[in-house]
Design a protein around this ligand. Structure first.
Ligand SMILES: O=C(CO)[C@H](O)[C@H](O)COP(=O)(O)O
Length: 231
């Protein structure tokens, strides 16, 4: 196991400390969450999961973790998810695994959100990781043009093998915006949310309550209060 995977696993194991029997647990998507699912399946906790992607549902089936439809429950106690990048305010970029829409729906309906990450994902400012934006296929070429004019350096995400556009679980495309630095994530989120054809974006602002950074010694940071950019 390489250093990054070691850190992911350490963070995932530490997240188990926040789980209690009978909880309804939101289950994110990605390789870090996969370590968490392994740990959860091996634990004594009797939980019900709410999944954020087909792939996580499949992993739960393999591991015998019971899951429930999000609309069949009235609350989610806690969600454990990964992230692609996190800043010092615990804001983040998600969607590297194309699951950002369901991840955001589950997160917004959770009483508490924990992100588990390796140290390479923690930066002062967001933008090093390309920002995924989930869009309706119809008119996506127009959005690509608008985003380019806005200086967002957009690129339609395609399968490396056949070069076809990636289709999300909800049937949408992903446009990755390669900006390098996002100076005002709040303004960018507002712009993206105002564009017709944009379904959701990967900026998760004031969502994460606690981040667990895996390392030889696990570091845990808690969000103190909502952070708002003042223009
Ligand atoms: O947002 C996500 C999927 O849409 C993942 O949480 C994110 O991509 C992190 O993945 P990994 O744990 O594999 O690095």
């Amino acid at each position: 196991m390489n250093e990054k995977d070691f850190q992911k696993k350490q963070a995932a194991l530490a997240a188990l400390n926040y789980i209690q029997t009978d909880m309804i647990v939101g289950l994110g998507t990605g390789s870090t969450v996969s370590y968490f699912l392994d740990a959860l399946a091996a634990s004594q906790y009797n939980i019900i999961g709410v999944t954020t992607s087909t792939i996580t549902s499949q992993r739960c089936a393999e591991l015998n973790i019971p899951i429930v439809d999000i609309d069949a429950i009235d609350h989610i106690d806690i969600t454990v998810d990964g992230a692609d990048e996190v800043d010092s305010y615990l804001n983040g970029i998600k969607g590297g695994g194309a699951a950002l829409l369901m991840e955001k729906i589950v997160a917004k309906n959770s009483k508490e959100n924990i992100w588990i990450v390796d140290r390479s994902k923690v930066h002062n400012t967001l933008g090093a990781f390309p920002l995924p934006v989930e869009v309706i296929p119809y008119g996506s070429g127009q959005l690509l043009r608008q985003f380019a004019n806005k200086g967002l350096f957009p690129k339609l995400r395609r399968h490396p093998g056949n070069n076809q556009p990636i289709i999300t679980d909800a049937g949408h495309y992903i446009i990755d915006c390669h900006m390098t630095t996002i100076s005002n994530p709040y303004a960018l989120a507002e712009y993206l949310e105002s564009q017709v054809g944009v379904v959701e974006h990967g900026l998760f602002l004031n969502v994460c309550d606690r981040i667990i950074i895996g390392d030889n010694t696990v570091e845990i940071k808690e969000r103190q209060q909502a952070h708002m950019e003042i223009n």
